[in-house]
Design a binder for this molecule. Structure first.
Ligand code: SF4
Length: 307
């Protein structure tokens, strides 16, 4: 890095309550069952360092790209299986029980609230439009609730035509707040009678809003998080919406090409909801070594850092 710049800490960043709880549940499972084989179906949360740390407790992550949870379960024959923070479909829970496996559900509460709402409307014979991403484990879990009356709507795709006057609309918790707003209003235009519930979780919303509240003078932003983390990817999308000139998504300090900051005058640092603190701290202390002033009021751009 040739120049020095202002550094702005953006809060909230890093672990949300759902990620924190899921990790605590996994750790507790190992304490309660010291000798049992424990597997996690898919990544517990979307971060490789977390999976590595759990591996050190002999908790294995069963993950094959593009394989659904129900098929991954074929690779677990004994012991306890933990379902990830993204939620799980009832079919997978049933299959695990049929196989005689013990189960621990680490689904985030916010995900469960959305699922409960969907179930309630399905019970009332509604069709459900679910705005989410095909292949994402949260969407996969939701779509498993009903194979005929749940319809996935992807961002930018055509809204399905339904022959029903009972329509409920909701969404994956970790999408861009702009994409969700736009898609939900398109759905409302097509189905004025639809009941709509925006279920973007507070962790996702507050991390995105914190970026939007940054001063216009910010010309660089470092976004720390795993490539597989949807809420991290959405932070980059929000930064692009805000027209921040230099957007630098990295998984850890090793990936930071410091020369990208050469032209920047004000650099903000944020992180996705599944990024461990030690990874964030490494990046922050490296970048702050180049700060001309890191005393920019955190209060001005931060919300509650514990959300
Ligand atoms: S990002 Fe939101 S939905 Fe996902 S674990 Fe965190 S709080 Fe829960």
């Amino acid at each position: 890095m040739k120049n020095r710049f202002k550094v702005i800490d953006v809060y909230p960043r890093g672990f949300c309550k759902g990620v924190f709880n899921a990790i605590e549940l996994a750790k507790k499972a190992r304490i309660d069952h010291p000798d049992e084989k424990i597997s996690i179906l898919g990544e517990l949360v979307h971060n490789k360092e977390v999976s590595k740390a759990l591996k050190s407790l002999h908790i294995d992550t069963i993950e094959t790209k593009n394989k659904k949870r129900i098929d991954l379960l074929d690779e677990v024959d004994s012991g306890l299986v933990i379902f990830s923070a993204h939620g799980i479909s009832p079919m997978v829970i049933e299959k695990a029980r049929t196989k005689g496996l013990g189960t621990i559900n680490a689904s985030c509460e916010d995900v469960l609230v959305t699922q409960d709402q969907i179930k309630a409307y399905l019970n009332e014979n509604y069709d459900v439009l679910y705005v989410g991403q095909i292949g994402h484990p949260e969407a996969e879990a939701v779509l498993g609730l009903d194979l005929t009356r749940l319809h996935l709507v992807e961002i930018g795709q055509v809204i399905p035509t339904l022959n029903s006057d009972k329509i409920f609309v909701t969404n994956q918790t970790t999408m861009s707040i702009f994409d969700i707003k736009e898609t939900l209003s398109k759905i409302k235009e097509k189905y004025p009678h639809a009941i709509i519930s925006d279920e973007t979780c507070s962790a996702t919303r507050l991390r995105q809003e914190a970026i939007l509240k940054l001063p216009q003078t910010v010309d660089g932003i470092i976004i720390i998080g795993d490539k597989s983390s949807n809420n991290t990817k959405m932070l980059a999308k929000i930064a692009a919406n805000k027209l921040i000139k230099m957007i630098i998504p990295i998984q850890n300090l090793k990936e930071l090409d410091a020369s990208l900051l050469d032209e920047c005058h004000e650099v903000a640092i944020t992180a996705g909801a599944s990024t461990p603190k030690f990874i964030i701290d490494e990046v922050v202390s490296f970048v702050k070594a180049y700060a001309i002033d890191d005393t920019v009021s955190k209060e001005a751009y931060s919300i509650n850092p514990f959300i």
